[in-house]
Design a protein around this ligand. Sequence first.
Ligand SMILES: [Ca+2]
Ligand SMILES: [Ca+2]
Length: 240
Amino acid sequence: MLIIIICMFLFSASLSSGQDYATCTVPDTTIINQLLRRVVALEQALQRNATERVASLEMQLHDTISKLNNLTAEKNSLTTLLETMKEDLERVSRKQQAALNRERALHDPDWHTPFNGYQYRLTPLTQSWQASRTVCQDMHSDLAVIGVQNPTTRRSLANTLGLENTWIGLNDLSREGAWEWIDGTKTTHDNTQWFPGEPSNSGNQDCGEIWGHNFQYKTNDDDCTKLQKGLCERRLLPPK
Ligand SMILES: [Ca+2]
Ligand SMILES: [Ca+2]
């Protein structure tokens, strides 16, 4: 086998050098050894080149992966920063919108603004308690609770708005005699100033109203279907 390889090598050499090795005879041992050493050296050189090339490619791959990881981390960091900036922008926008809404509300001529952080107005038509409440809710408010629990504020509202019998946010619709404000607060001696003898539930009275001047603007229960105006209340939210 080795002789065949050597013959092939000699034939190849004859083609490149022009020397005639066409007749392949068994060469001298020295020549064979020289050729063998050249083959081994060539093989070792090829092996070294391949190893170095693989090592170089591995380093390049490692470097590329490292850069990719760095870019991914940078991208994640920028994404987080972008989301934070977006949230900050939205918060500022909401704050500006709230301040704008508050400013508009403060200058809304249809609403009265006492000093308790709320605004008040009467519903335009005489309606049932529930219909009056719906009108208030359509104006982003509800029937009054806070302003009519405090005697001083209630009297101020009565004088300013000219309150007569007026629906407020009070009822015992859930259970007879269990009076509560529409914000869920139970009635107490301090937060509900009933006119003496009230609530009477006379003929089934489940909705609360403020009585007029002659009754010191005290509270009474009345038939919920009675047609009268309601007192709407909305909170002036300070910007956050
Ligand atoms: Ca009742
Ligand atoms: Ca009554």
